[in-house]
Design a protein around this ligand. Sequence first.
Ligand SMILES: [Zn+2]
Length: 346
Amino acid sequence: MNELLKNLTEAVGVSGAEKKVRLLIRDLIIDHVDEWRVDTMGNLIALKKGTGASDLRVMVDAHMDEVGLMITSIETNGTLKFEGVGGFDNRALLGKMVQIGPKKLAGVIGARPIHLLKANQRNNVVKIDAMRIDIGAKNKDAASGKVKLGDCAAFVTNYEEIGPTAIGKAFDDRAGCAALIELLRAEPYPFDLYAAFTVQEEVGLRGAGAAAHGIKPDAAFILECTPAYDLPNENDVSPNVALGKGPSIYVMDRGTIQDPLLVSLITKTAVSHNIPFQIRQPGGGGTNTAAIQRTHGGVPAATIAVPGRYAHTPAMMINLDDYANVVKLAGAVLRSLTTDTIKRHA
Ligand SMILES: [Zn+2]
């Protein structure tokens, strides 16, 4: 059992309420870094001093937050109205268990049972406004004693491994956090490495920009978990990245064209180290790269990701070899990076 992935994915850190995850990560890295601080937004930034061989300042980012729900009102019947924090497919919500607030109060996202639905209702997607979280409270007073408005709710999913496959919640982006922790536990790099465990990615890449402004990196790498959609599907002949085929390399997404010099370093390093990799399809989605590359007159930045099925639902799935290869590839890329790599001659 990968205890790092288990502990990180079972911890709760909905965007804006990442403290539990931050404390967990701080304790996991504290013996392997030279300095650490928490900035005003809540990003955890740690410095692992280099050997002195290179003057570069290199940032590696992974976001701590996960999608979740926020309680917005308590109804007279004791149920809780909520809003999504981050993007959801509403169909993934009904009937799921959640844990609410710091005390992890149990609740269920209520749905009218199928027995009581009319034929036309069965074909409709229930909107988030019409859903309620039920905590078994008999009225508003009873519920108010247990929950505060603004409390966050997260999914409840135990981490499991089945052969090379891991199932859990929030691999997006605790898989990236775990990989970054492993990079910090390795031998020093030629340059000073700034690890940024960032906040509020799922609501608009908000923490990473602030972190990059504070760090002023010469280059940045973003470790992510990117949506895989590789199951057999009659009508879809162009699957995105697949589980088990290696780290996903971004070239372009909704918010970026990744730095071509770094993308080239990543793919060349994968080939020279015999690490499988796949190029993620361009198009939708985005990562903290978009926020980081636009700071300080531009920062060369690129993303390496673990492919993950069922992103932004209560249960995701990754391949543990892909995860291990992301750690291996990111480590090898860092050790191959030089000032020349990012120098533009014309
Ligand atoms: Zn993510």
